[in-house]
Design a protein around this ligand. Structure first.
Ligand SMILES: NC(=O)c1ccc[n+]([C@@H]2O[C@H](COP(=O)([O-])OP(=O)(O)OC[C@H]3O[C@@H](n4cnc5c(N)ncnc54)[C@H](OP(=O)(O)O)[C@@H]3O)[C@@H](O)[C@H]2O)c1
Length: 322
């Protein structure tokens, strides 16, 4: 099979598009023939050795595969060759074939496209878990989303609306702000004077729930813009800067800072994860959420696509096709 291979940790441009042995499904595994492969920001960190997980090279990066079952390994029931499925894991996605453990594979309803299913996994899965279990977002509350034109940000806007919140989206350029507006944000802001703009937008009350995949200065502003009883959700650090928090702010303003790690959640709380995915797919089928797919590119283009994602060039979900 063809795959993108990291021969060591280093620049994204060093990734190889190469012939690799076809994976054979082991005990409990499902072999999936990829029709769509999701690109995620952490893939770009991982291949450079900048992510919390450091696999032994050579390895195939990529978290999301959607397509059809080609074969199943020993002990697998409930899946047959030809079934439409999607899976999410840590590695192995940027390839024509992916062998995944059956517990991480879900069947796709006919109405869910392979491209959208990739977006619904890590991007929507993270934002849903963040807002529902970690943020306890309630109808009528205000939700502020940073990085609002990115994969997790757009998902947070739509999920926030589906949960009945008033959504304030923050993005860096007019074009990105338009994308956030198109995804359903009630109010769209840039980063200039953000503290004052958030104060105005919340009638001086402060933000109830903040969703921060960016870190850096944006986090600093949020830490001074939270309302009483608010929840500031730490999703990621796309800016490259892990912020420091003067904890007295949480005392004075009476808010909580809550960490979100979706990958760990899927393995530590598989039952809740399964319920979440069912709810998300239900919202998708009802038209309450609809992934914004920025583009579909050949698998061989993975390095240039990943470089663009890490250089602030993403506006929605990017898909690779074998
Ligand atoms: N905690 C979890 O479980 C979890 C799950 C998935 C992803 N993440 C993390 O969340 C972060 C965002 O992921 P994503 O999929 O939403 O990424 P994305 O689609 O690339 O969006 C990230 C957004 O961050 C903003 N940004 C600001 N400064 C940036 C910079 N220097 N470089 C790149 N982007 C910058 C950009 O918007 P503007 O230009 O408008 O600022 C961009 O749209 C990543 O750090 C990722 O690792 C965490």
């Amino acid at each position: 099979m063809k795959a993108i291979v990291a021969r060591g940790f280093g620049p994204i441009a060093d990734l190889d598009y190469a012939e690799m042995p076809d994976p054979v499904p082991g005990k409990g595994e499902v072999l999936i023939e990829a029709e769509a492969i999701g690109v995620n920001f952490p893939d770009g960190l991982l291949v450079q050795g900048l992510y919390q997980m450091k696999p032994e090279p050579p390895f195939i990066p990529g978290m999301e595969t959607a397509g059809r079952v080609r074969a199943v390994g020993e002990g697998v029931s409930g899946f047959e060759p030809g079934d439409r499925v999607a899976t999410v894991g840590s590695l192995g996605g940027y390839a024509e074939l992916n062998a995944a453990h059956h517990s991480a594979v879900m069947k796709l309803p006919d109405a869910v496209s392979v491209e959208d299913s990739c977006a619904l996994l890590c991007g929507y899965g993270t934002s849903h878990y963040a807002l529902k279990q970690r943020g306890q977002l309630q109808p009528g509350e205000t939700l502020c989303v940073l990085g609002a034109s990115g994969a997790t940000g757009l998902a947070a806007i739509q999920i926030g609306k589906a949960m009945g919140a008033t959504v304030i989206a923050v993005a860096s350029t007019p074009q990105k702000q338009d994308i956030a507006k198109g995804a359903g944000a009630d109010i769209v802001l840039g980063y200039d004077d953000l503290k004052d703009r958030l104060k105005e937008a919340t009638g001086g009350k402060g933000v109830d729930v903040a969703f921060d995949p960016v870190g850096g200065e944006g986090f600093d502003v949020l830490s001074r813009s939270m309302g009483w009883g608010g929840r500031l959700l730490v999703i990621g650090f796309a800016s490259g800067t892990i912020p420091k928090l003067p904890v007295n702010l949480t005392l004075v303003k009476g808010y909580s800072v809550v960490g979100v790690f979706w990958g760990a959640f899927t393995t530590k709380e598989p039952g809740v994860y399964a319920d979440n995915m069912q709810e998300l797919v239900g919202w998708y089928l009802e038209g309450k959420v609809k992934p914004v797919i920025e583009g579909v590119y050949p698998l061989a283009d993975a390095p240039s696509v990943l470089e663009r994602v890490l250089a602030r060039g993403a506006a929605g979900k990017i898909i690779l096709k074998p």
